[in-house]
Structures are given as structure tokens and as C-alpha cells.
Design a protein around this ligand. Structure first.
Ligand code: GLC
Length: 441
């Protein structure tokens, strides 16, 4: 057991960042923002959203479609002005369903099938004789030339549907709506989910100038104070940031992923990958006979078998005997009789991975804050949406404490806010802004 304790200690020192390392990462992040803005080589794409922040007085009924992972969400939202809104109807539709044997996210699907399905789902929710301006949240790196045009640069989050990369996604959607005779649905704006989150929060709180997703994927956007069109929102695609303290485990995860060398920050922090990182570490510990000797369960030896939900289960288990983890090992992995030390190790590894995630995200926010307000003189709200932030036990608190420690005496100026459904509601706000023709030429 002494050897196990030593290996856990080594793992912690490889993963957990010192304050100096976080500040260094933040500086690199800030430099990458600047380089990206100037069109110099940078891992940050810095994509203009062709939108500025709302006034809070936007009004009307809008249709919001949110495509960002393995579900498409459709909402009908009434913006009431003065920062108030009401969700009139909402449904989430899975893009893959093993029982019904379809998967619109796989390489065997097609753009027509994916968008035809989305249009069909929209049809199931709209009345034939009403008019619906549509805001479309499309949460993948896309180059925009106007508020209602966006060409997908590359799929992320292991989505593989052919025929979409390099295409104008809003055109594909408009074509699919046409095919279903949905002429009452008129696309007005297409946005990234980070932008949606920023718009939703700033509809209520004008101090919001950073929007971020900590969910299946990770990315942030911000309001650029020095933009030609001042106040322009920039989608950084920060999940692609790559000047980072990688460990050998990160390298292993990256190599087996769909897009090696890309989305490096995302692969170290987001919900899609924290389970996988934990699994890779556990597999290594098992192979070294440090824990769960000779356990050949598929869970530890096949990619992506440990999910963010499992990580939440490990971290939520605060019982003295870690009975939740004991049952998980027994029921899911067939590993009966795991020792308490082994259960503690499982929880500790998950906690190390999650802590580093919060540290790296905090460092990136610190970098953005220094870019937009170098002397930290103003109030800033950071709007955050996503399952990792909302549901992982302790994650939101860790992120906040880490960022506040970096901000030191300025910490009171910065507020972090869970912005539930931000990506969807923001689509309605964007459609309202698009209606006014904001920044769209
Ligand atoms: C991925 C996408 C990005 C999105 C993020 C969160 O990083 O590339 O566009 O904002 O996931 O969903």
C-alpha cells in the first residue's frame, strides 16, 4: 500500500498546478488571444459573432434550436423585455438512440438526415399559422460572415456526420425547413453556445462580459472592448488552446481521439473527457498491480466507458466506507470485495482530474479578464452553463475559489454565475438582435 500512496502522490504533483503555473498559463492564454485577434498564429480561433450585447428590452416570441452534442433541444421562448423571459414550450430529442437504431452523429449519417430530423422535430412543435423568427445555437467552431451565416470549420466533441464541415450550416437548416414546408419558421441568427450564454446573462445583467460552457465541451467567448465595432462578441474556441502543462496521460488520450493535436484544453477539462482521463489513469494503476489486481473489466480497458456521471457519483460519495463506489465497482465493473484503499484511490484520482480542470478553466478566465480590463477596474460577471459546472460535486466552488485566489484583492469585482439554459435562451435573444439587423453586414 506504501507504493500505491507514492504513486498517488506522484500523480497529484503531475496534475495539480501551483499558483505560478496558473498565472503562467493565463499569460500564455492572454498572448494567444492577442495573436488570434491580429491574425497571427494562435490556437485560439477568435471568431467574431457579428453581435453585440442586448439592451435587455428585446421582446417577442422566438423559436430556439440548440444543437451542441448528442441532443437537439427546441424551445419556444417569449422575451418580455426588462431582462425577463418565459419558456413557452421545450423538448429535447436524442440524436442517437440505440433502441431505435439511429445515430445522426456518426460517419454513416449525412447532413440531409441530421437536418431533416431537426426540421421534423421543429414541425412537431410549431403551429402552422404563426410566424417564428428562429435563433439557432450551433456549438461547434464556425466562421461567421454575418449574424445568420456560419460555416462549420471542423466538428468537435467526437461528432462525425459527413457533409457538414466546410458548409454554411444556416443554409443547410433553411433547406431542411423548406423541404418540410416550414415557411413560417425564418432563421434570423446563428450563434455558438458560449455566445448564447453570454447573451442570456447580459439580457439581465449588463456587467456580463464573458460567457462560457463547462459541459460536454469547453469554450468561452467575451466582449471585445477594442473591436472596430466596439462591444463585439468574440467566440474564442478556447477548447483548442494548446500551451498547457500536458502529462503523459493527456498525450495518451489525445492520440486515441478523433482529432489528435486539437482541442487540447477541452480534452484536459471537459465532461466528454474527464471520465476518459480517469479511466486511462486507473488502467495504468491496474496494469502496475497497484489496485484492483487483475481486474479485466471492460470499463477500465475500453475508451470512454467511464463517463462524467460516474465521476460525479465518485465525488458525491462522502460515506466513510465509500459504499457508493463499492457498489459501482461491484455492479458496473464486477469487481467485488474492493478494499477501502482502492475505493479511496478511485475517488482521489477523479478528484485530481476534476481539480485540475477547474484550475485550467480559472486560469483561462484570468487571462481573458486581464485582456479586457488589464488593471481590473470594473465589475465583471462570467456566465457559465453546462453539466460539468452545474452537476459535478464541488466543481463550481473549486472554480470560483481558484479564480478569486488569482484575482487577490480584486476578487470582489468578479462574479461567476450559473446561467441555466443559456445556450438556448440566448438563441432567442440573438434572433431578436438579428431581427434588428445588428452588426450583420
Ligand atoms: C466545443 C465546440 C465549441 C463549443 C464547446 C461547448 O469546444 O468546439 O464551439 O462552444 O464545445 O459546447
Amino acid at each position: 500500500m506504501q507504493q500505491l500512496a507514492n504513486e498517488v502522490r506522484k500523480l497529484r504533483s503531475k496534475f495539480i498546478l501551483s499558483e505560478a503555473e496558473m498565472i503562467d498559463t493565463a499569460k500564455k492564454f492572454q498572448r494567444a488571444m492577442q495573436a488570434g485577434r491580429e491574425g497571427k498564429g494562435s490556437s485560439l480561433k477568435m471568431l467574431p459573432a457579428f453581435l453585440a450585447k442586448p439592451t435587455g428590452n428585446e421582446k417577442g416570441v422566438y423559436l430556439a434550436v440548440d444543437l451542441g452534442g448528442t441532443n437537439v433541444r427546441v424551445m419556444i421562448i417569449e422575451l418580455k423585455g426588462k431582462g425577463n423571459y418565459k419558456i413557452l414550450d421545450r423538448h429535447a430529442f436524442p440524436l442517437k438512440n440505440s433502441q431505435k437504431s439511429y445515430d445522426f452523429t456518426s460517419e454513416t449519417s449525412s447532413a440531409a438526415a441530421l437536418f431533416g430530423y431537426i426540421a421534423e422535430r421543429i414541425k412537431s412543435m410549431v403551429a402552422p399559422n404563426s410566424f417564428y423568427p428562429l435563433g439557432f445555437t450551433f456549438s461547434f467552431p464556425s466562421r461567421q460572415t454575418a449574424v445568420n451565416q456560419a460555416v462549420l470549420i471542423k466538428w468537435t466533441k467526437e461528432i462525425k456526420t459527413p457533409g457538414v464541415e466546410g458548409e454554411d450550416v444556416s443554409k443547410i437548416l433553411a433547406g431542411a425547413l423548406d423541404d418540410k414546408n416550414l415557411h413560417q419558421v425564418v432563421p434570423r441568427a446563428i450563434i455558438n453556445d458560449t455566445v448564447g450564454t453570454l447573451l442570456t446573462a447580459s439580457y439581465r445583467d449588463p456587467c456580463t462580459d464573458i460567457g462560457s460552457i463547462c459541459g460536454t465541451g469547453h469554450n468561452s467567448c467575451y466582449v471585445e472592448p477594442q473591436a472596430l465595432t466596439s462591444g463585439e462578441v468574440i467566440n474564442m474556441e478556447s477548447g483548442n488552446f494548446n500551451e498547457l502543462p500536458f502529462t503523459s496521460y493527456d498525450t495518451r488520450l489525445d492520440k486515441q481521439s478523433d482529432i489528435p493535436g486539437e482541442q487540447c484544453l477541452e480534452k484536459m477539462v471537459s465532461g466528454k473527457y474527464i471520465g476518459e482521463l480517469t479511466r486511462i489513469i486507473l488502467q495504468d494503476f491496474i496494469k502496475q498491480n497497484l489496485i484492483l489486481n487483475n481486474n479485466q473489466s471492460d470499463i477500465f480497458f475500453s475508451p470512454y466507458m467511464i463517463k462524467a456521471e460516474d465521476i460525479s457519483l465518485f465525488l458525491a460519495d462522502e460515506s466513510s466506507e465509500l459504499t457508493g463506489i463499492f457498489q459501482w465497482l461491484q455492479n458496473v465493473c464486477g469487481a467485488s470485495g474492493a478494499l477501502l484503499e482502492e475505493r479511496i484511490t478511485l475517488r482521489t484520482i477523479a478528484s485530481i482530474v476534476v481539480t485540475r480542470s477547474a484550475q485550467l478553466v480559472a486560469a483561462s478566465y484570468f487571462g481573458v479578464l486581464q485582456h479586457i480590463d488589464p488593471r481590473l477596474e470594473r465589475k465583471h460577471s462570467i456566465a457559465i452553463d453546462g453539466s460539468l459546472y452545474e452537476f459535478t460535486p464541488g466543481y463550481a466552488a473549486k472554480l470560483e475559489v481558484t479564480l478569486k485566489n488569482l484575482l487577490k484583492e480584486k476578487s470582489a469585482l468578479v462574479t461567476l454565475k450559473l446561467t441555466k439554459d443559456g445556450s438556448g435562451i440566448g438563441a432567442a435573444v440573438a434572433a431578436a438582435l438579428g431581427d434588428k439587423g445588428q452588426l450583420n453586414d
